[in-house]
Design a binder for this molecule. Structure first.
Ligand SMILES: [Zn+2]
Length: 134
């Protein structure tokens, strides 16, 4: 468990947060053109279809880029600094902004293989997907 800023859940994103509570990572896939989509959208950005389905993904990816926050961007995060904020390119294609945990920020490299992990947030029913070195 850790303290974090709680991301808002909306009708659009509810299936995503329901899945993270089951420790499963899901993204949308277009039923018409098969494009894989993240972050969640109401329509496919490639073909405009509203026929989007939630599909589990492997949780494997690589670091596309990252930064290290050594000063907390919010007081609730102060005890967690330094925080490695990464753009992870999922094996299935889409990129996801998340945190890289359990890894010395000085050892992070672009292209490093990572695997999703799940972190319960204090005083909430939110489970955040984070990434660890694979
Ligand atoms: Zn589409």
């Amino acid at each position: 468990m850790s303290a974090r800023l709680i991301p808002p859940s909306t009708e659009l994103t509810q299936p995503y947060w329901d899945a993270t509570r089951r420790e499963q990572l899901v993204i949308q896939q277009c039923a018409d053109c098969a494009d894989r989509i993240f972050p969640p959208r109401a329509r496919c950005p490639k073909c405009g279809s509203a026929q989007l389905e939630w599909q589990p993904v492997s949780g494997r990816g690589v670091i596309y880029t990252y930064t290290v926050a050594r000063r907390a961007p919010h007081p609730v995060l102060a005890e967690q600094c330094p925080i490695t904020i990464a753009v992870v390119e999922l094996e299935e294609g889409p990129r996801m902004i998340s945190n890289l945990t359990g890894c010395d920020p000085n050892e992070v490299e672009v292209g490093m293989a990572v695997q999703v992990a799940f972190e319960a947030i204090d005083d909430s029913d939110v489970v955040l997907p984070v990434f660890k070195q694979a």
